[in-house]
Design a protein around this ligand. Sequence first.
Ligand code: IPM
Ligand code: MG
Length: 351
Amino acid sequence: MKIAVFAGDGIGPEVTEQAVRVLKELPLPLSLITGDVGGAAYRLHGHPLPDETLVAAREADAVLFGAVGDPSCDTLDRHLRPEQAVLGLRRELGLFANLRPAKMFPGMEDASGLKPEIASAIDLLIVRELNGDVYFGEKGMRTTDAGLREGYDIMSYDEGEVRRIARAGFEAARKRRGKLCSVDKANVLETSQLWRDVVIEVAKDYADVELTHMYVDNAAMQLVRNPGQFDVIVTGNLFGDILSDQASMCVGSIGLLASASLGERRTQHGTFGLYEPIHGSAPDIAGQGIANPLATILSAADLLRHSLGQAAQAERVESAVAATLSDGVLGRDLGGTATTAEIGDAVIARL
Ligand code: IPM
Ligand code: MG
């Protein structure tokens, strides 16, 4: 079982280290290889996603990814910026379906910015499209006729891209509570009109799933008003990026949300995927040993489930995380004082 570990920038190495410790505790024949990504890779190789990193990813059953982003790289040409590492991996490896679950952990209701009785009902999954949208359209800087600088990014989806992510959304809903909410901005955007039309077409194959549609602005509002109404949300790359950060704070901390990015490639034990916390590199707290590693540890659990076919081990890790939280071992993001390593220790002790 080959796992490529790309720790990246900022708190990426700190949180990844704890997830790797947890993986090594399990009775599995794991072989871990590391690779450079992000600003760290740029400094070593002159590129945020060196060829050898991409090769290592392709040879593995799964990628465990930390975070990328480095303020000192923000003035580089866009293709050399740290973020291109994760965008490049998603695109090159055909990882088009990003699963971002948000579920209230028992006992953590008070950490949410929402009222506890509203927050306690959160159990949703955002299925975010990851290979298209304004992220990957033509972009650039130009000068208008009036001599003004103008930046542009083209938003587009073709029907094939929408169909495959819609299917991923329906399939996920089928395994959960059977409700799918497609989020778009069809009242304004043509991209969204096509999205909605195609989702409705795909729905014909999923009569057992209840489909609703919501404009993204309303979805942002509903997510804080009554998050318990959502089961699965399927949405485009940009809207999914924004709504998943919002969902994380409804749960209590962005340090708790994991994500799985999947495509079509099968491995010996499951589906090839890339697993990462939804948070970024948090340069403001990097190197202090205070980042919450639970989102990365939960991402490793997803890795066990989807790419290695180890559902029982995944549940073991998830239970250990839940017990860590309910026992009050909390990082600063949740109002506690536990360090990154102490949280890792606590999870391992509860495995
Ligand atoms: C995420 C991140 C990335 C994204 C960045 C780092 C490129 O915000 O995974 O949500 O925008 O997708
Ligand atoms: Mg994001």
